[in-house]
Design a protein around this ligand. Sequence first.
Ligand code: SF4
Length: 353
Amino acid sequence: MKSGKLLGLGFDAVKSNFTELDRPYKMTFAITYKCQSRCLTCNIWQRKPVGELTIDEIREFAKKNGYFKWLEITGGEPFLDSDIVEIVKAFVENSKKLFILTMPTNSLCNQEMLAGKLKQILDMGIPKVSITLSLDGNRELHDKIRGIPGNFDRVMAMARRLKELQKEYKNLFFVFGYTMSRLNQGHLEETINDVIKELPWATANNFHVNVGQLSGMYYGNEDMQIAADREIVAEEVKMLIKKRRTEIGMIPIIEGIFLRKLVEYVTTGKSPMKSRSMDVSLFLDSYGNVFPSIMWDRKIGNIRETDYDLGRIWLSPAADEIRKSIKDGKEPDSWTACEAYQTIVGDIKEAVI
Ligand code: SF4
């Protein structure tokens, strides 16, 4: 049963190597900008969001655009959106081949509430539901960067809870998401070791790293000095590559390529591959604005202005203009997990070079 859905995702991903798809298969959707963290690397928590898409609007959007196979729900803290279960349900009911759902969490929501909502989501039968537990350092460092005393311990508690839930739900996966910045440069290895002390089953494979990015439109952090020392970060990523155990499967292979290209990105400051945003993927913010990605402040349209039909935006001259800019290499340089996976899968030949 699930293999059919997997093949569906694989078919679109592989097809995107050879031809332009008429619709995206992946959407990153910030369902709310509410956030109870106080991060030193991001200003989303400072926002006071008003007028975000309602559940009725999201249902209408999901109904009119039922072709997503990979949904990345983000925030803010997505579990602060009281409609999160209904939002996922709307996409499951309409995007019949939805194969992957990914969601981050800062682990600050009430654990019972989060686990209850997550179970309802897992029961919907999506083949792969992957949670990223944000973790930027050991106990002292993480709490400092995130601005919340006790946050590290709550991440550990959430990891134990998810590990328990995995016994019941084979479609549940989770990783620690480590954002590298000048605030935690040089601390990745000790963070991994400290987590292993807390959680003896954890390994380096449970860590997913990203380089902290600047994005005025998304993080509101364009004036922050968060860039890490390139050499230090490149060495840390190489260390992670060495520590990772070999795993079989498509995702570990893609993750390996992602890390290898991340070394290239931090060393050169240039995108290691041409992005596939507006080709296979897009970013939708909580107000209905459509962008190529979280990293590029080029609004293409708003679903409230097209009666929630993404097709009218996707096929518009503004979207074509963005595609041309990407082809001409005018997209801002970046290499984020949100964009990298579909970029790798959509250009296997270049990715393995
Ligand atoms: S990085 Fe995540 S947790 Fe921190 S303020 Fe931004 S949205 Fe909130």
